[in-house]
Design a protein around this ligand. Structure first.
Ligand code: FAD
Length: 596
């Protein structure tokens, strides 16, 4: 049975006679509950009017340029059934590609939206006497953020984590320990390279025990901090492995093997991902994944890094800095597949100096574990001949944990690869169960997980929120760093975008020269019609910090003039951002550019 309903502009605060700047739907179109219908813009804010119900648009009553206030008629909607239902895609404008099976953290697909769930269901009503309002499965950056935000919004929250320390991969075996060790490696490299500029240090003595202890102390400071924050917020933390047994129930197995059941009203799945391994490798402790590679017991004399993505190259820089002779093999034709080649070039040049060999288009064929070494054969057009290594780091991507949590018992979808499809509210195909972070797809990055976590927690607490980030910046903390946000130049070409670029080479930046690191460049991409920035890439020392300004510029819809007229402090690397915009505008004086 269907009914007809009038959709009006809801309470929009103090705004009156606000301009309609976009009409997002048309007559005859099916819309979901909460799908944005029109965009309004005042001098203070941009607002979207969502559909209160699902249905079919019968008639539009507004068009672009109209002025509306609270109560103005927007459209007439034919509502089928209760209209209180959602199919997964809440109207994401940027597509909903399925994420890849094995993912690097980050990657140029940072703008991809997570796949849309095919249809959250009302499901079984929550038990009135549920043990907890909200259960969060997994305590990585996604899980702990979701738990803390939900608790701050008044929900009674239970956080389940299989390991004794909170913080997930990021804090314990990912972002944080890797960056601490990369810092140590960089200090050694910088000290060594100062010899060319007249400052000589003697070779370092590395106390691996003390270095490892320091790394752990950094990790512990953060994980203990999280435990304290959970306590202060009265979040109940349970150590154990959780699996769904029903739509509103989990079974938790504690470290001693004892099980208990926990019922909940809503759940947020933040169970993350784990390293992928190559098949057919011998079971040998000298063959490491990224987790084992962060345990610095001994620095191998020779190391083979299998996989030239972000994690592999970070580890290559780390071990080369600490003194290993590193060889890198990568299956595809280039390092950091998908990243603009001009950004990767300075990194590759430097890696060629500090590594024994870099072989792209090459795969590991066989590994034989001998007593003294690991003997490896390779395949591929330019494959090197058999070589021996003390250790091998396999860094070929990560696999989501979606198939390990009993999703079928709760009734929500998990795709073949183990990712959980979600909509923009981070709901899975079962309405009261949300999923966030690595487990929902690319990019596999901590800061994406925390942003999705806040959306999920706020929606669970009854707020109207959606995950609508325009860009998720990605950073490789290699030496030099490589960072990008928004559309890459490769994507701009593939999509036939009408773009122009402004590039500033760091060889003309005083600060970079003073750091003896002039190999970098800052590249900004602009939409030629509007002049608005659509993408940015930086390679060079501290690129990871520079990209934040550019992510903000993209989020705010800045154009080249906005960036060029922003005064950047001198002498800093940040000047390269302003000057890349000036280069695009043709107003730059620090480079000679022929008149346009
Ligand atoms: P995770 O951090 O994976 O957390 C999931 C948690 O769930 C884990 O603690 C796990 O034990 C727990 N869990 C899983 N299943 C269960 C269960 N059934 N019951 C109970 N608990 C469960 N990202 C960046 O943004 N910047 C970086 O510099 C960066 N560097 C990295 C370096 C390395 C070496 C690695 C491996 C990753 C790096 N990443 C980086 C990626 C980043 O760590 C992840 O994107 C991030 O941790 C994902 O957060 P999450 O909350 O989705 O999941």
């Amino acid at each position: 049975m269907s009914t007809t309903e009038e959709v009006k502009v809801p309470d929009i605060g103090d705004f009156e006679d606000v301009d309609v700047i976009e009409v997002l739907v048309e007559t005859g179109q099916h819309v979901e509950q909460e799908q944005s219908l029109i965009t309004l813009e005042s001098d203070k804010a941009t607002l979207e009017v969502p559909s209160p119900k699902a249905g079919v648009v019968q008639k539009m009553h507004v068009s672009v340029g109209d002025k509306v206030s609270e109560g103005s008629l927007v459209l007439t909607l034919e509502v089928t059934g209760s209209g209180d239902e959602r199919t997964g895609d809440a109207g994401g404008s940027q597509g909903a590609e399925q994420p890849a099976a094995e993912e690097e953290p980050g990657g140029p697909d940072a703008t991809e939206r997570p796949a849309a769930a095919s249809g959250p269901e009302e499901g079984v009503p929550a038990p009135a006497d549920a043990d907890t309002d909200l259960v969060v499965l997994g305590s990585g950056p996604g899980g702990y953020t979701a738990a803390f935000r939900a608790a701050d919004l008044g929900l009674d929250v239970t956080l389940i984590e299989r390991y004794p320390d909170l913080g997930g991969v990021c804090l314990n075996v990912g972002c944080i320990p890797s960056k601490a060790l990369l810092h140590a490696a960089k200090v050694i490299t910088d000290a060594r390279e100062m010899a060319d500029h007249g400052v000589r240090f003697s070779d370092p003595t590395i106390d691996t025990g003390r270095l490892d202890e320091w790394k752990w102390s950094v990790v512990k400071t953060l994980t203990d901090g999280l435990a304290g924050l959970a306590k202060r917020r009265k979040v109940t933390v349970i150590q154990g492995t959780g699996r769904f047994t029903a739509p509103h129930e989990l079974e938790i197995e504690d470290p001693d093997g004892k099980t208990r059941r926990l019922s909940f009203r809503q759940a947020i799945v933040a169970a993350g991902s784990q390293p992928a391994m190559l098949p057919d490798l011998p079971d040998d402790p000298r063959i490491m994944d990224s987790t084992a590679a962060l345990e610095i017991d001994e620095i191998p004399k020779t190391l083979l890094v299998v996989g030239g993505g972000i994690i592999g190259l970070e580890m290559a820089c780390m071990y080369a800095g600490l003194g290993s002779r590193v060889t890198i093999v990568e299956l595809t034709d280039g390092l950091m597949p998908g990243t603009d080649p001009d950004l990767v070039k300075p990194l590759r040049k430097r890696l060629e100096k500090i590594c024994d060999g870099i072989h792209t288009g090459t795969a590991v064929d066989q590994v034989k574990a001998n007593r003294a070494s690991l003997s490896v054969t390779f395949k591929g057009e330019n494959a090197p001949s058999r070589a021996r290594f003390d250790c091998i780091l396999v860094s070929v991507g990560r696999r989501p944990n979606g198939h390990r949590i009993g999703a079928d018992k709760a009734g929500f979808e998990v795709d073949d690869k183990g990712f959980i499809p979600v909509n923009q509210q981070m709901r899975t195909s079962v309405r009261h169960i949300f999923a966030i972070g690595d487990i929902v797809g690319a990019p596999l990055l901590a800061h994406k997980a925390t942003h999705q976590a806040k959306v999920a927690a706020e929606v669970a607490a009854g707020e109207r929120r959606a995950y609508q980030a325009r860009v998720v910046p990605a950073v490789a903390y290699t030496d030099p760093e490589v960072a990008w946000a928004g559309v890459t130049e490769q994507e701009a070409k593939q999509q036939n975008l009408n773009y122009g670029k402004g590039v500033f080479p760091w060889a003309a930046n005083g600060r970079a020269l003073g750091m003896a690191r002039s190999e970098g460049q800052t590249k900004l991409l602009f939409d030629r019609d509007s002049g608005i920035i659509i993408g940015a890439g930086v390679v060079g020392a501290g690129a990871g910090d520079l990209i934040a300004e550019l992510a903000l510029a993209i989020e705010m819809g800045a154009d080249a003039e906005d960036i060029a007229l922003t005064i950047h402090p001198h002498p800093t690397l940040s000047e390269t951002v302003g000057m890349a915009a000036e280069a695009y505008e043709g107003t730059i004086t620090d480079l000679y550019m022929p008149r346009r």
